[in-house]
Design a protein around this ligand. Structure first.
Ligand code: UD1
Ligand code: CA
Length: 451
C-alpha cells in the first residue's frame, strides 16, 4: 500500500520555555522531529508532509537537510489536530494510498508498531488508531471499544466519569486511506471543551458512516511525548539506553555502556570496542574491529576497520580515517583524510589535510591551515615521516617517503623522498648553563629577602 506520512509539528511547545521551536530541540544529536521521520521510514513512505507553524522557516531548513524531498505545509494558526492534518490535503491531492499521522514531538514509536497498524489496515479496517494501556491515563484521549471494534475517541476534557475510567489511551498515531481521512475531517467541528478541531473525532464520524475502526496497541514507553525540558532529558536517557542496547546486540563491545553517548545516526560495525566516556555527535560511522578509546569525541567522521582512536582524541566533521589508522591522545582531526595505516599518535592538529598511507605524524605536529582570512590545505604523501613539532604552513605539499626534521617550520613544498630541515640556527655558549642557573637562584633569593 502506498503510504504518506503526515507529521504534526506546528505546536508552540510553550512549556519548553524556549526561542527554539520544540521539534528542533535535539534528541540523540538530531532534531526531535527527525525521530518521528525515522519511525515512519519503516513504512517506506511515498510522500512525507511536515506540518509546521511556530518557527516554520527554521524547521523547514532542518527538515530539508534530513529529507530533501519532504513537503512542508504551514499551519499558521493551531486550531487543533484535525485542522493540522487538513493542511496536508493540497499536498496529497491525487495521492492514492494510506495516510499515517505522527507527532513530531513523539520520538519513540517503533517501526514494528507502524507495520502492525499497516497490517490492520490490510486486514480491512478503515481507520486504525494506535492505543496504549496507560499506567496513569491522566489527560490522554480515551479509546471507547467493544472488543476489537473502536467506537470513538473521547478527549479527557469532554469525557464522562465512566469514560475517564478507561485506561486504553490514544497515542495520537492514526492511519486511514488519505482521501477518506481528509473527507472525514471535513465533518469535524470544534464544539467541544477546547474549542479545537479534534482529529480524534474522525473515528466516530467514520463509524456513523458505516466504516470500521480498530485500535492496535503498543507499549506506553513508545508513546512518550515531549513537552518540557525535563521530559526531553528523560527522553534522552531512554534514547541512549536503546542505542546502547542496539549497539551491543549488533556486536559492539561497550565496556561501560552507561557512559557512552550515541547520536540518532551513529553507525558502528561488528566487533568494534568502545571504551568508557566516548561521545558520538551526529554523522559518525565506525567500521568493524575498530577501537574507540576512552574520552574521545567524534562528530561527522568515518573510522575505518581496525583503526584505534584515542584515548582523548577529537575527530571533527570531515575526518576520514582509513583502515588500521592510529589517532592517539590529544590529537584533533578536522576535514582531513588519513589513509590506511597512517599514524598521528600524540598531541597534533591535522586540519584541511590529506595524509597518505602509512605516513607518520610526529608529536606536536600542526597543520597551520588558517592565515586569519582563508583556510589552506596540507598534503602529506604516503609513508612520509613528519618529525615531532613540525609546523606545516599551508598550502604545502610533502611528497611520498619525504621527511621533515623535528622542530621544523615547513613553508615550501618538499619533493618525494627529500628531507626538509626547517629549523632556525642554534647558538652554543659553553659553560653558560651554570651561570644562568646561578643568576636565577640569586634573583629568587633577592625576592625572598624583600618579602
Ligand atoms: C492529542 C490527542 C489525544 C492523545 C494525545 C497523545 C487530539 C484532539 N487529541 O492530545 O487524544 O491522547 O494527543 O499525546 O488529537 N498540533 C499541531 N497543530 C495543532 C494542534 C496540534 O501541529 O493545531 C501538533 C502538536 O504540535 C503536537 C500534536 O499535534 O505535536 C498533538 O497536539 P497536542 O495539542 O499536544 O494534543 P493533546 O492535547 O496532547
Ligand atoms: Ca501533547
Amino acid at each position: 500500500m502506498p503510504t504518506a506520512l503526515i507529521v504534526l509539528a506546528a505546536g508552540q511547545g510553550t512549556r519548553m520555555n524556549s526561542d527554539l521551536p520544540k521539534v528542533l530541540h535535539p534528541l540523540g544529536s538530531a532534531p526531535l522531529f527527525a525521530h518521528a521521520l525515522a519511525s515512519g521510514a519503516a513504512l517506506n513512505p511515498d510522500r512525507t508532509v511536515l506540518v509546521t507553524g511556530v518557527g516554520g522557516d527554521a524547521v523547514a531548513k532542518a527538515a530539508h537537510a534530513i529529507d530533501p524531498g519532504i513537503i512542508l505545509v504551514d499551519q499558521s494558526e493551531q486550531l487543533g489536530t484535525a485542522h493540522a492534518v487538513a493542511q496536508a490535503e493540497p499536498a496529497l491531492k491525487g495521492f492514492n494510498g494510506d495516510a499515517v499521522v505522527l507527532y513530531g514531538d513523539t520520538p519513540f514509536i517503533r517501526p514494528e508498531t507502524l507495520t502492525a497498524m499497516a497490517e490492520a489496515r490490510a486486514a480491512g479496517h478503515d481507520v486504525v488508531v494506535l492505543g496504549f494501556e496507560a499506567a496513569d491515563p491522566g489527560r490522554y484521549g480515551r479509546l471507547v471499544t467493544q472488543g476489537k471494534r473502536l467506537d470513538k475517541i473521547v478527549e479527557f476534557k469532554d469525557a464522562s466519569p465512566e469514560e475517564r475510567a478507561i485506561t486504553l489511551c490514544n497515542s495520537g498515531v492514526i492511519c486511514a486511506d488519505a482521501q477518506t481521512m481528509f473527507d472525514l475531517i471535513k465533518s469535524v467541528d470544534n464544539s467541544n471543551a477546547s474549542g479545537e478541531y479534534y482529529l480524534t473525532d474522525i473515528v466516530e464520524i467514520a463509524r456513523a458512516r458505516g466504516l470500521s475502526a480498530t485500535a492496535v496497541t503498543c507499549d506506553e514507553a513508545e508513546t512518550l511525548g515531549i513537552n518540557t525540558r525535563a521530559e526531553l532529558a528523560a527522553a534522552e536517557a531512554v534514547f541512549q539506553a536503546r542505542a546502547r542496547r542496539d549497539a551491543m546486540k549488533a556486536g559492539v563491545t561497550l565496556t561501560a555502556p552507561e557512559t557512552v553517548v550515541f547520536a540518532q545516526d551513529t553507525v558502528v560495525g561488528r566487533d568494534v570496542v568502545i571504551e568508557p566516556n566516548v561521545i558520538f555527535g551526529a554523522g559518525v560511522t565506525v567500521e568493524t574491529g575498530a577501537r574507540i578509546r576512552t574520552f574521545s569525541h567524534l562528530e561527522g567522521c568515518h573510522v575505518g576497520a581496525g583503526a584505534i582512536v584515542g584515548p582523548y582524541a577529537r575527530l571533527r566533521p570531515g575526518a576520514e580515517l582509513g583502515h588500521d589508522v592510529r589517532v592517539g591522545n590529544f590529537v584533533e582531526i578536522k576535514n582531513a583524510t588519513m589513509d590506511d595505516g597512517a599514524k598521528a599518535n600524540h598531541l597534533s592538529y591535522i586540519g584541511d589535510a590529506s595524509v597518505g598511507a602509512a605516513a607518520n605524524i610526529g608529536a606536536g605536529t600542526v597543520t597551520c591551515n588558517y592565515n586569519g582570512v582563508e583556510k589552506h590545505r596540507t598534503e602529506i604523501g604516503a609513508r612520509a615521516f613528519i618529525g615531532s613539532d613540525t609546523m606545516l604552513v599551508a598550502p604545502v605539499h610533502i611528497g611520498n617517503d619525504a621527511m621533515t626534521a623535528s622542530g621544523s617550520v615547513i613553508t615550501r613544498d618538499v619533493p618525494d623522498g627529500a628531507l626538509a630541515l626547517g629549523r632556525t640556527g642554534q647558538t652554543v655558549k659553553p659553560g653558560a648553563a651554570k651561570r644562568l642557573l646561578e643568576m636565577y637562584k640569586a634573583a629568587k633569593a633577592k625576592r625572598q629577602k624583600v618579602t
